[in-house]
Design a binder for this molecule. Structure first.
Ligand code: NAD
Length: 294
């Protein structure tokens, strides 16, 4: 018998993820505050629920893909817990702060439920294509229950440790990404000013010790390296606003454990400047325009 998943939050990411659960034989009971999101889930084959509680009633597990910590906390403590059957498994795939993630898991476990935090790497294309990477925090038993469900939506499912460690892995990764992208952008801007052709510098640095994913998979210079958002006027890809959200979460987490993150802090300040220039919706590699004085 196929499992039924209550899926809450069917926006840019959740819509594609729910569709992949359906393609892999799961039944989905969908709820979103947005009629448009709900209609898309219905068209993909999900049952449209009237509320969070209605979605959860009769389901075997709950997956949430919501904007931020306050939504996750209020949906679980205010609605999911009251409607869930005993021992039910919850999977929160949203990107939220580590402290809230740990608090919600603790509250769930306190009521006899199992829960993982399972944020993703990969954007809307990976959500639609079922190629997300999930970084999972939770007990061994909760991870074992979550893995087949997550595998239906992604290409890699990695256990990062106890509750909150999925979120910790996600923000550490994205802080590293934010900083390496800025370093890549400022380096290409400087190389150009020094008279180096960007393609020539790419050919050298991509086989030298300056190599990074930000350069060889996602080069911020249009026309250099594999196809990336820079080739499409920095449309699509990973928005500046979302990178800024993750860097703010990283700053909060760093402060909570007194970690020194000077590069992460500088990255946050620079992405804030970029957002203030009206570029929050463009791909985060558009940073190079600001560093080239455009
Ligand atoms: P989104 O805004 O497109 O979707 C969120 C959905 O949640 C919306 O449809 C909204 O109506 C719904 N929602 C909000 N409160 C609700 C409630 N109380 N009950 C039911 N539905 C509710 O956002 P998204 O781009 O899909 O991102 C979701 C999460 O994934 C975020 O935490 C984001 O940081 C993370 N993420 C996004 C990307 C990306 O590229 N978009 C990549 C990785 C991770």
């Amino acid at each position: 018998m196929s499992l039924t998943i209550a899926f809450i939050g069917l926006g840019n990411m959740g819509g594609g993820m729910a569709a992949n659960l359906l393609k892999n034989g799961y039944a989905v009971r969908a709820f979103d505050l947005s009629e448009e999101a709900l209609a898309r889930a219905g068209a993909a084959g999900a049952v449209r629920a009237a509320s969070v509680a209605d979605a959860v009633t009769g389901a075997d597990a709950v997956v949430t893909m919501l904007p931020a910590g306050q939504h996750v906390e209020s949906v679980y403590t205010g609605e999911v817990f009251g409607a869930a059957k005993p021992g039910m498994l919850f999977l929160d795939c949203s990107t939220i702060d580590v402290a809230t993630a740990r608090r919600v898991v603790e509250a769930a476990e306190g009521q006899g439920f199992a829960m993982v935090d399972a944020p993703v790497s990969g954007g809307i294309a990976a959500a639609n294509g079922g190629t997300l990477t999930f970084m999972v925090g939770g007990t061994d038993a909760a991870f074992a229950g979550a893995k087949p469900i997550l595998s239906a939506m992604g290409k890699a499912v990695i256990h990062a440790g106890g509750a909150g460690n999925g979120q910790a892995a996600k923000i550490c990764n994205n802080m590293l990404l934010g900083a390496t992208m800025i370093a890549t952008c400022e380096t290409f801007a400087m190389a150009r000013k020094l008279g180096l052709d960007p393609q020539t510098f790419y050919d050298i640095a991509s086989v030298s010790s300056g190599q990074s994913w930000s350069m060889t998979s996602y080069c911020p210079v249009p026309g250099v390296g594999p196809q990336s958002p820079s080739d499409n006027d920095y449309q699509g890809g990973f928005a500046v606003g979302l990178m800024l959200k993750d860097l703010k979460l990283a700053a909060e987490a760093a402060a909570s454990v007194n970690a020194s993150v000077p590069m992460g802090s500088a990255a946050g300040a620079l992405y804030q400047l970029l957002a203030n220039q009206g570029k929050a919706a463009r791909d985060f590699s558009v940073m190079i325009e600001m560093l080239e004085g455009k």
